[in-house]
Design a protein around this ligand. Structure first.
Ligand SMILES: [Zn+2]
Length: 288
């Protein structure tokens, strides 16, 4: 369950209660077990903080808190398939109260909302197809704000697969949890995450960063491990910037600054401002 301490618009600074543990949010979820420097939360197929309970095609036994399996059909599928995914995901979830769950429904907003409302008592909701949604500004805004409003304020909202450059905008729409997926994916492509997106390390004349993974190194010294570590530092830094922005009321400035470097993020911010005024106001009205 998430306890909200402070709002900045729809963004929330909170504490996610996980058994005896208290995790400050927004937080970064690590998707690997071996971490060079403490992840704030981790998801694995073992028994770490949050267990990934697999897919409905191969569900794992529920032994500890986790995210229940869903039927992952993708974003651009026919409506009938998206409906089947919602029904199968909810039918499984009903047998496991108290567990986190995935909001499915592909690109159909009404299905996403139906799924989120049926899961309203869950402590954690993951939004399916995160990285694909991030490529569709309008759908991104509709789904995230819709799910945020349909969910309980005490549900932590997890957006998987986002680039750190998008963390401020997502937090501004009420997302509480991010992950390290793009840190790993971009490292596999020899790309360094930056506050604007990512850049290929080959061809750089010098490293644009002085984090512990980059300090004292040249671009040619950066192998997969060094790039991955840099990317993890970059993601942690992005989450800390978001928390700092909420704490000090400067998140909106950070959102605009990061969005200015991305056509997609800027389009999403314009849609949010132009069409989601009531959402922003309702969230501000209950804020502190
Ligand atoms: Zn670095």
């Amino acid at each position: 369950m998430l306890e909200v301490l402070r709002h900045h618009g729809p963004a929330r600074l909170g504490i996610f209660h996980l058994g005896e543990r208290e995790i400050g949010t927004p937080a970064l979820i690590s998707l690997t077990v071996d971490q060079p420097f403490g992840p704030e939360l981790s998801i694995s197929d073992g028994s770490t903080d949050i267990t990934d309970l697999g897919s409905l095609l191969l569900p794992r036994e529920v032994r500890a808190f986790g995210i229940l399996p869903d039927l992952a059909v993708g974003l651009r599928v026919p409506r009938r398939l998206a409906e089947e995914a919602v029904e199968a995901t909810l039918a499984h979830a009903v047998n496991h109260p108290g567990q986190g769950a995935v909001v499915v429904g592909s690109r159909y907003l009404d299905l996403r909302l139906r799924c989120a409302r049926a899961l309203v008592d869950r402590p954690l909701l993951a939004i399916a197809d995160g990285s694909k949604l991030a490529e569709n500004p309008r759908l991104l805004v509709e789904v995230v704000t819709g799910v945020r409003e349909a969910a309980s304020p005490n549900a932590a909202l997890y957006f998987p697969g986002a680039y750190p450059s998008l963390f401020p905008l997502l937090a501004y729409m009420g997302v509480d949890l991010f992950d390290t997926l793009q840190c790993l994916m971009e490292a596999a492509r020899s790309r360094l995450l930056t506050s604007q997106g990512s850049r290929q390390v080959q061809g750089m004349e010098e490293l644009p960063c002085q984090c512990a993974a980059c300090a004292g190194k040249a671009p040619g010294d950066m192998g997969y491990r060094e790039i991955k570590d840099h990317n993890l530092y970059a993601a942690l830094r992005a989450v800390r910037e978001v928390r700092d922005g909420i704490r000090h009321g400067t998140l909106r400035n950070l959102v605009e600054e990061r969005a200015s470097a991305s056509v997609g993020a800027m389009a999403a911010l314009r849609i949010l401002d132009r069409e989601k005024g009531p959402f922003l106001e309702r969230c501000t009205a209950v804020g502190t």
